[in-house]
Design a protein around this ligand. Structure first.
Ligand SMILES: [Zn+2]
Length: 441
């Protein structure tokens, strides 16, 4: 019988038995499993077996995992016990049976909460999750809140290399931007920081990490946002800054697109140049080394001429001197970053500002400012790449996040969805196959 109960409810308490009423389905809407909890019980004072003393009058009603997709309640009658006064145990002791797998005073079985926790990585709102498990939205919220300790970063430890990158978090930060704190070596997320505001960041690191932990940081990967620099020196006095490859290239990428659009508008709508530059923009951003110069196809944009991709690019660049210069700058930068070519970068950054299209002069100035950090990044080949990937995951979470009223729950759901440095969420179905030590990252 006990096995049946375990089978039905997932609750493993050998003292739990099916009651005489058995199971029933009420109005096709929910199932009730009538249970009785009895068995031996030892006196908490003298340690001797207690006497059975009838059942608690009102059975407890507990929400269990649904059975065959139908909401299921457990109606449990609990045994009462008594230890009559003796010399060793002078006062009368009474007790009510407790159930392994259902916390005292709780109306929801523990395994329901475990499943909810496990499901938090799914792209599903708190409301929907609550519906799936036939619990209230506030139960889901409380389940998330209960994970606070699990996801609090270790105060005394930071890895030798950390990465910081911002992401759009909307209403959760006044600037609309929050930050990810990551270990770029093992690509695990350490924490989500609510705001990228300098004062906030400073408070965050002072509050959450000891000086010793901050001193242990040797390398820090960040974007090219100048205001961080002073703060980083203060918070991580032993750390060298590495410019993130993605953000280096992104500077030139945006500038190149701006130049291309300027050229398009210069020619005007309905022109052959406008349409060609619009149609083939991806070819312009493709690395020169990977451009196809072998296969020729007829191109409608070029009056049916048989051209390879490489020849199409040549024709596009011939349309504008600025475009040609922008292309050359962009491609040189991408190549230098890709292959860690220090000389190539240094030569590029020596180009006269006046020789560059207007939009690239700003890029040139920014990159010059961070030259040392960029060259350092060549040596370590560390990037925020994994962070950029996680930005997409966050976007998805945010889309279903209308249920998040506070940042804290948003943060927990992100940490669960990403590879984090806390724990992997236990799959209740797999607990027996995996030892707990393996679950700790
Ligand atoms: Zn006793």
């Amino acid at each position: 019988m006990t096995n049946n109960i375990n089978f039905l409810t997932g609750i493993q308490d050998p003292g739990l038995q099916l009651d005489k009423e058995g199971t029933e389905t009420i109005a096709d809407k929910f199932k009730v499993i009538h249970l009785v909890k009895t068995g031996k019980c030892l006196c908490p004072i003298c340690g001797r077996p207690m006497l059975k003393n009838g059942f608690r009058q009102r059975p407890v009603v507990v929400t269990a995992l649904s059975v065959a997709g139908v909401k299921t309640f457990l109606m449990i009658r609990k045994q009462q016990y008594i230890c009559k006064p003796t010399a060793e145990c002078p006062e009368t002791v009474t007790k009510v049976a407790t159930i392994h797998g259902i916390s005292r005073g709780c109306r929801i079985a523990n395994n329901v909460k475990q499943y909810i926790t496990k499901d938090l990585h799914r792209n599903i709102s708190q409301k929907e999750l609550a519906k799936d498990y036939y619990v209230s939205a506030s139960t889901v919220a409380r389940t998330i809140d209960s994970l606070e300790d699990t996801f609090t970063p270790e105060k005394n430890w930071l890895p030798a290399t950390i990465a910081l990158d911002d992401f759009k978090s909307g209403k959760f930060a006044t600037s609309g931007m929050s930050m990810l704190l990551m270990n770029p070596v093992n690509h695990r997320t350490i924490d989500i920081i609510q705001s990228r505001n300098s004062r906030f960041l400073k408070q965050y690191f002072y509050r959450h990490f000891t000086r010793q932990a901050r001193l242990a940081v040797r390398l820090i990967v960040v974007d090219l946002y100048q205001p961080y620099r002073g703060l980083i020196k203060e918070l991580f006095p032993n750390a060298s800054i590495i410019a993130d490859h993605f953000h280096i290239v992104a500077q030139a990428y945006r500038a190149f697109q701006a130049v291309r659009i300027k050229v398009m508008n210069h020619y005007g709508h309905e022109t052959h140049e406008y349409r060609a530059l619009k149609r083939f923009w991806k070819l312009l951003l493709q690395k020169v080394s990977s451009l196809d110069s072998v296969h020729h196809r007829p191109r409608r944009n070029f009056r049916g001429a048989w051209l390879s991709n490489s020849e199409v690019v040549d024709r596009l660049l011939a349309m504008s001197e600025d475009l040609q210069k922008a292309y050359d700058y962009y491609q040189t930068l991408v190549d230098a970053v890709d292959h860690g070519q220090e000389d190539e970068l240094t030569t590029l950054l020596k180009r006269k500002l006046t020789s560059l299209p207007h939009r690239f002069q700003k890029v040139q100035r920014t990159l010059r400012q961070h030259q040392e950090e960029i060259i350092r990044s060549f040596r370590y080949q560390l990037t925020n790449g994994p962070i950029e990937g996680t930005n997409n995951k966050i976007k998805v979470i945010k889309r279903t996040a209308y249920g998040f009223r506070n940042f804290f729950r948003f943060r927990i759901r992100i940490l669960i969805a990403l590879k984090n440095s806390h724990i992997m969420i236990k799959d209740p179905l797999n607990t027996r196959k995996t030892s707990p030590s393996k679950l700790v990252a």
